[in-house]
Design a protein around this ligand. Structure first.
Ligand SMILES: Nc1ncnc2c1ncn2[C@@H]1O[C@H](COP(=O)(O)OP(=O)(O)OP(=O)(O)O)[C@@H](O)[C@H]1O
Ligand SMILES: [Mg+2]
Length: 411
């Protein structure tokens, strides 16, 4: 598409011209292509292959434009007259200008086009939401031995890779409200810094297994377009003296390097729990390191949203507890929450069922167990060659899961 080719060329030129523009102003689709061509550094150089990837490449058509030059030797494509190209774009590509902040920046005061840079910015997501960007940063970190080791301690997800949607997690109003506050804090980071409120952005999720803690953290990453750095404390605890403390420091360091991001620390009680073991001094040191690391990181200055999760809040001591500005409870789901989870899980499955009854039969079940019921029922139906569910399938699955729970509780 010719207009996209010109968009690309103009985007590069304008970006090169104005230092005020950042990577975040370049639309995602263009950014992705530039990353795979070696990154975004001024001056941006556009080659035949870049145009081909973004706009499809038709040399004949492109050469018809009086303001484009294709260099036969190095395959670079340039604008011979920026002014004429800009005029052409204003005439033929107004829709592209509106959605491209780099172009909007230039065209904001152009004739009577009525373009707003602010509006264009609303259309695009920041660079740290790109899987390609994250891949680049990780590659860079893995080239250095010290940081490569840090990477081995954590799992890193790009928001683009996360399946868990906020709308798939059923939460109580008070949970939604707490999470909404964090979203707003994220948006208002600058302002919060200016008014001196830095101690914001440390959440502790508490509740039994399978109540949606991990899923909520992941869905937040997707919703806020922030990479997720996930670590289980049991995985970085070592029997070697001092090793655990070092690992904790490295995990926080990596989060700062990937900022803005979410640092999700799972099994948060693990370090506190091991305090009863023999190596008392080493464990104490690990706890202290953890406390210090939490103190030294914050959303407003470092761009790191800290979320810790535990099934055993009673094991955490007061010093740990006090460091979180929000405690979000994930209890066993209420009737209305179970009802929504059933509705969502069954929404695409043909069949005839009484959700009210299922809700009554599943008192004390977690969200994860409710989903398990649906999976079990579907598998049983498939085993009998059916793709539609009956109430019978579901009630049998409820019994199966109840058996499982009994078994679990007997050990
Ligand atoms: N409130 C909920 N709404 C929708 N799905 C839920 C809910 N609670 C749990 N689930 C589902 O149950 C499964 C397990 O949830 P998740 O891993 O988030 O639990 P968790 O609280 O992190 O458990 P654990 O403490 O064992 O780590 C996921 O598939 C998730 O989608
Ligand atoms: Mg979890």
């Amino acid at each position: 598409m010719l207009v996209k080719a010109v968009e690309l060329l103009l985007t590069a030129e304008i970006f090169n011209k104005y230092d005020a523009l950042s990577e975040d102003d370049i639309p995602k689709e263009i950014r992705k292509i530039l990353y795979s061509n070696g990154g975004i550094k001024r001056p941006l150089v556009i080659k035949e292959s870049t145009v081909r990837n973004y706009a499809g490449y038709n040399e004949k058509e492109l050469k018809k434009l009086p303001f484009v030059d294709v260099n036969a030797f190095n395959k670079q494509i340039k604008l011979t007259s920026f002014e004429i190209a800009a005029r052409w774009m204003a005439k033929n590509g107004i829709e592209f200008i509106k959605r491209n902040p780099v172009l909007a920046y230039y065209f904001e005061n152009y004739d009577s086009l009525n373009i707003s840079y602010e509006d264009a910015r609303k259309h695009i997501q920041p660079k740290h939401s790109d899987a390609e960007w994250l891949k680049g940063v990780i590659e860079e970190l893995s080239r250095d031995e010290a940081t490569a080791e840090m990477l081995s301690l954590v799992r890193i997800f790009s928001p683009e890779e996360i399946d868990d949607d906020v709308s798939d997690v059923v939460l109580e109003d008070y949970q939604v409200k707490e999470i909404r506050k964090i979203e707003i804090a994220m948006e208002e980071r600058e302002w919060l810094r200016n008014v001196g409120l830095k101690e914001i952005g440390k959440l502790l999720f508490i509740g039994p297994p399978g109540t949606g803690k991990t899923t909520t953290a992941r869905s937040l990453s997707k919703k806020l377009f922030l990479p997720l750095v996930e670590v289980k404390l049991s995985m970085i605890t070592s029997q070697f003296l001092g090793e655990t403390s070092k690992n904790i420091e490295k995990v926080f360091e990596i989060a700062k390097r990937l900022s803005p991001c979410i640092l999700f620390i799972d099994e948060f009680d693990y370090v506190a729990k091991t305090r009863t073991s023999d190596e008392h001094a080493a464990v104490k040191r690990a706890v202290n390191t953890l406390l210090k690391s939490i103190d030294e990181i914050n959303l407003v200055e470092d761009g790191v949203l800290l979320i810790a999760a535990t099934n055993h809040p009673s094991l955490l001591d007061a010093a740990v507890w006090r460091r979180f500005d929000k405690i979000v409870e994930f209890p066993e789901p209420s009737e209305s929450v179970r009802k929504r989870i059933f509705e969502i899980s069954l929404s695409k499955i043909p069949g005839d069922y009484d959700i009210g009854r299922l809700v009554r039969e599943t008192d004390g079940f977690t969200g994860s167990e409710v989903k398990l019921i649906v999976r079990e029922a579907v598998l049983s139906a498939l085993l009998e060659g059916r793709k539609n569910l009956t109430m019978d399938d579901l009630l049998k699955a409820v019994e199966d899961v109840k058996e499982r729970l009994k078994l679990k509780n007997s050990y």
